[in-house]
Design a protein around this ligand. Sequence first.
Ligand code: DSN
Length: 448
Amino acid sequence: MMNDISKTDPEIYDAIKKEGVRIRNGLELIPSENYVSKAVLQALGNFFNCKYSEGYPKRRYYGGNQFVDEVETLAIERAKKAFKVPHANVQPYSGSPANFAVYVATCSLGDTIMGHNLPDGGHLTHGWKASVTGQFFKSVMYHVKADGYLDLEEIRQLAENHKPKLIWVGATAYVREFPFEELGKIADDAGAYLAADIAHISGLVIAGVHKSPVPRAHIITTTTHKTLRGPRGGIIMVTQKGLDKDPDLADKIDRAVFPGLQGGPHDNQTAGIAVALGEAMKPEFKEYAEQIVKNSKALAKSLMNNGIKLVTDGTDNHMLLVDLTPFGKGNGIFVQEALEMANITVNKNTIPAEPSSPFYPSGIRLGTPAITTTGMKEKEMEKIGKWISDIIKEVKEFKLPDGKEERAIYLKKFKEFIIKNKKIESIKKEVIDLCKGFPLYPDLDILK
Ligand code: DSN
């Protein structure tokens, strides 16, 4: 598959190959990442990439779209069936544009909206001030309590006081089940739309491993590349409850996506989404999604048994949030870099009531979708939890300096420390050995 590019563009070929070797020899624990099937990669890498098809099936502005129509119709029908909704739009380029289309369909500039505070685990597009969603709209942020669970009392109070037009439920760093029933009631009492952004958990929802927002939310958005295990992309769905509130809601969503915000859809991406949705409705996917959560719980247990603190003391889904404050504040960067040195990829993350900042947060976020795709199970999670705990303890003396320049020098010294560290080096060897038993894409030529 890669023979041509290896000759025509050896530099890019080389980078692709190195990335393949990196993922094959490492543990990918970023909870928003996953490894797609070869079928999804094939759907992405073909001539559907080359087509323009502004509009929707049977209503296009360009000719030559009969096969694009087939693909998009299949993707729509599969999304409707998988999530049990009456309307789906599969054209959003990714999650952020999907969410912005929801604002365009439901709000006017300056309207009040409510969303989960970013440092408490929320998403930028749910009204955080650095995103245009926090600038074009009057955004009211809700929080989690000290125990890490959503503060439903606060959410109820804020909704009553501010009467938002739109309320978001969904997050990028929340390890417990979302209380869709309660949020649905709060939104109904306030007369608001409830939009559930299930980007992280959509694969779990299809498999029935996380409850569905369908009966409670008016609108549902998701990315397609996380637990759903498809190409990068986005879907917006309208539920029956949404259509009952506003019979024009589906049309408003479609018009917001095109022509409101986007031009031609990425038809190869649509083909990949259709393939991923087809895969997600198979019995094997249910087993896969169940294993993601079993692995997440096993990893949580191993970390806690090794003395590591987790936000909410566990997890209900694919994700874990390590609270590093027992070792200091702002130290997520040290742990992320030390783990990376051992071929374990995670991301530093804020924790509830973050004492430092989003760039130098005091936690790390872990997730099991990608390593579960490789076939790893509870036995491997126990080992991985021990390695992560050992590395956290290995770097626990490092404290983030306050001054900017001091930080740069300190981080350089830290890097020298982790490069030479024997413990990290020996864990890296064990990680590579473990990965050999779970090879990714074993028959892809580029990795031979
Ligand atoms: N960047 C995604 C995540 O990592 O959760 C959210 O957009």
